[in-house]
Design a protein around this ligand. Structure first.
Ligand SMILES: O=C(O)Cc1cc(O)ccc1O
Ligand SMILES: [Fe+2]
Length: 451
């Protein structure tokens, strides 16, 4: 059989629109790659135009309150059910789901890793996923997993979806293309992508090698945080999220679909590309976001506020104000606070903090936390600036200072994060990380007024 190159037919774009994308977060979008493919005024006509099949993808329970209810109507060449034959279980031993507590691994501790190096073997989105931590329980749909991806090869005639989770993708190196049922998303470092639970896609390498971080959210979807008294603008603005226009393939080639379901991987064979949605409308869709459009709001006179001011997205846990996951961004910004120790304070947090460095230097850890690297400060474990950062910030001349060329982030969850065996034994763990606090000396002088 001769190999057919994937040919995507894409919806035309509105004048001035960002090529291939529609602006907004959680909008009711509509898009069609062929004229009149989308039924108007109804979802289920007796016969759809072009001989398409109508199919609903539900992202929330049918009965979810209407302000949270998410679903999308797809008009596709074949219904998805045609795609499934019997499933075989397959092994992806480095992609692990909670609950997963390895008896030989100690998760209690402050941990830091150098960037996980690329392998000498080619790796795809599926074979290159390396789970670092898991939290909660995939079966009860609470918690998360944090992964590193190392991808050098495109998926070819191989498709994937996760029934377990929504994926938040944070590239650090290289450029990826997500060809999804609902359209195409391309991302590079300093951008993110969100892939909803149940959405089928394949991942192509646009420029490799590719490395990045993934937060696999088992729980309720990521949403924008309420801004409270900040008002209607700043932080992440809705229009900066971009959802792809409809794009479909009409390709008949032997293909596979891999499904992550209840922590296990299953594969089935099909005879065509499942990316055959010609038109769709709804509010359950993938999107991308450029982190450089995040507008940070911070201290303009004194003190260091809680890092929640930098929340890009929050995934609720059911307990108001206590997130299943917060995605928090530490980007370049001005530091102007007077008479203030400006870096993060020393602290112990009820939530567990997994951080990744996308680019540059992070102020609390001027050495050792490098781009591509990660750190974990688990639930109720003390941490804070290293000795160098403490001495530097305690004695700095407090003029306005630009923290330039820096971008780190945090996946913060209310659940303890458990290290995988890969994180504890194979990944480049820095054994001497806790020594960064060892030289903090006693400065207490017992004399009032002497600082
Ligand atoms: O620990 C960290 O570096 C992350 C962090 C940053 C900050 O500004 C305040 C609290 C916090 O946990
Ligand atoms: Fe912290």
């Amino acid at each position: 059989m001769t190999e057919q190159a994937p040919k995507l037919t894409m919806a035309p774009q509105a004048a001035g629109a960002h090529p291939g994308y529609m602006p907004g977060f959680g909008n009711d979008f509509e898009t069609e790659a062929l004229p009149d493919a989308l039924p108007q005024g109804m979802n289920s006509p007796q016969k759809c135009n072009y001989g398409l099949y109508g199919e609903q993808l539900s992202g929330t329970a049918f009965t979810a309150p209407s302000h949270q209810n998410e679903r999308t109507w797809c008009y596709r060449i074949r219904p998805s059910v045609k795609h499934t034959r019997r499933f075989d279980k397959i092994d992806l031993p480095y992609w692990i789901s909670a609950p997963h507590v390895d008896p030989d691994v100690i998760s209690l501790g402050q941990y830091r890793w150098d960037p996980v190096p690329h392998a000498d073997t080619p790796l795809t989105w599926l074979t290159g996923m390396r789970t670092m931590t898991t939290a909660g329980d995939v079966n009860t749909q609470v918690g998360m997993a944090a992964h590193i991806y190392l991808v050098t090869e495109s998926m070819v005639d191989d498709y994937f979806y996760s029934a377990d989770s929504e994926l938040l993708v944070v590239p650090q190196e290289g450029r990826l293309r997500f060809c999804t049922e609902l359209g195409v998303i391309e991302v590079e470092p300093q951008e993110i992508a969100i892939l909803p639970r149940g959405l089928v896609y394949r991942v192509e390498v646009q420029e490799g090698p590719c490395r990045g971080f993934v937060c696999e959210n088992y729980g309720q979807k990521f949403a924008l945080p309420g801004r409270g008294p900040i008002g209607a603008n700043c932080m992440a603005n809705r229009r900066d999220f971009k959802t792809p226009v409809a794009a479909f393939e009409d390709r008949e080639v032997p293909s596979t679909v891999t499904v992550k379901w209840a922590g296990q991987f299953h594969r089935t064979r099909i005879g065509h590309s499942p990316l055959d949605v010609v038109a769709w409308h709804g509010n359950y869709a993938p999107c991308k976001y450029d982190l450089r459009t995040y507008c940070p709001v911070g201290a303009i006179l004194f003190d260091h506020p809680d890092p929640s001011i930098f929340t890009v997205l929050t995934a609720p846990s059911g307990v108001e104000g206590t997130a299943n996951i917060d995605f928090v961004l530490f980007r370049d910004r001005w530091m102007v606070a007077e008479d203030t120790f400006r870096p993060p304070w020393y602290h112990k947090n009820v939530m567990s903090e997994l951080m990744g460095n996308i680019h540059g230097i992070y102020d609390a850890k001027p050495k050792g936390f490098v781009p591509g690297g990660l750190s974990l400060h688990n639930m109720m474990l003390p941490h804070g600036p290293d000795k160098g950062a403490f001495e530097g910030a305690s004695n700095a001349d407090l003029k306005p200072e630009k923290l330039a060329d820096t971008m780190s982030f945090m996946f913060e969850t209310r659940f303890p994060q458990h290290l995988t065996r890969f994180a504890a034994q194979e990944a480049p763990l820095q054994d001497d990380y806790i020594d960064c606090w060892a030289d903090l000396e006693k400065k207490f002088n017992g004399t009032p007024g002497v600082k």
